[in-house]
Design a protein around this ligand. Structure first.
Ligand SMILES: N[C@@H](CCC(=O)N[C@@H](CS)C(=O)NCC(=O)O)C(=O)O
Length: 251
């Protein structure tokens, strides 16, 4: 048994949405168990996720990531981050920014869902190979209009945030939303290197934010550790060369 204050339940082999929670826990520097990455004999594996999803006493949760903090169980990524931010000032030093942070975080959730749908436009339960033609069309539309719309939106949020000297998305300083900006823009560069390169020149503040977040001591140590699951063609950000730049970017 671990005496770490948090247990994270998330798919063990992918970054996915759980990565936004892992990054937050790593930045706080608090102890946590990434339960499904533990051996089955130690109560880990994906059966652990099923147990917590099916546990009526925990309130029933629809999908991972799920965070357990003693008696409290929270799901929905944005809700987990909001919960952690109420407990750890480093994730959101200014409580007055709470709703702004949540609003931006939910916009990142929308963005990530659209990235997911580029390779799974028809059915999450079917393989990419079974929906390649639809994926090609969906990705063309995503790269042509939605990627620039989301990226230019977050760039404008940064540009407008004079309180942080255009360095952070929320309030005067660092917050968990910056961690999500790092993850999403790293993922986009992995999945769509050509499209991201074409987009890059119109989002200099976001690219700078991504690089500054990666250099934060705890984030940097995490990224260099085996706790960081690599990007792959099983997660949300997948690199299929045939999809990259199918539509051509419009800024
Ligand atoms: N809105 C939820 C989405 C959760 C979600 O879609 N989780 C994925 C993994 S990233 C999953 O396992 N979904 C299973 C399902 O929807 O049946 C969140 O942001 O946490």
């Amino acid at each position: 048994m671990s005496d770490a204050p948090y247990e994270l339940y998330y798919w063990p082999q992918i970054q996915g949405r759980g990565e936004l929670v892992r990054l937050a826990l790593e930045e706080v520097g608090v102890g946590y168990v990434d339960v499904a990455r533990q051996a089955t004999e130690q109560g880990g594996g994906i059966d652990a996720i099923r147990r917590v999803l099916d546990d009526a006493k925990r309130g029933r949760h629809f999908a991972p990531p799920i965070l357990v903090a003693g008696e409290i169980t929270v799901s929905q990524t944005a809700s987990i981050l909001d919960f952690l931010a109420t407990r750890h000032d480093v994730l959101l030093p200014d409580p007055a920014s709470r709703h702004r942070a949540l609003q931006l975080q939910l916009t990142f959730a929308d963005f990530m869902s659209e990235v997911h749908d580029t390779h799974h436009p028809i059915a999450t339960s079917a393989y990419y190979e079974e929906q390649k033609e639809e994926a090609r069309k969906r990705t063309a539309a995503f790269l042509g209009t939605r990627l620039p719309k989301f990226c230019n939106y977050f760039e404008a949020v940064l540009r407008d945030n004079e309180a942080s000297k255009r360095q952070h998305l929320v309030g005067a300083g660092f917050s968990y939303v910056d961690l999500s900006a790092f993850q999403v823009h790293s993922g986009l560069a992995y999945a769509f290197p050509k499209a991201f390169e074409a987009q890059r020149k119109s989002i200099p503040l976001l690219v700078d934010l991504r690089d500054r977040v990666a250099a934060r001591p705890r984030v940097s140590a995490y990224l260099g550790s085996t706790r960081r699951v690599p990007f792959s063609e099983h997660g949300i950000f997948r690199h299929y060369p045939e999809l990259d730049l199918t539509g051509g970017p419009r800024s």
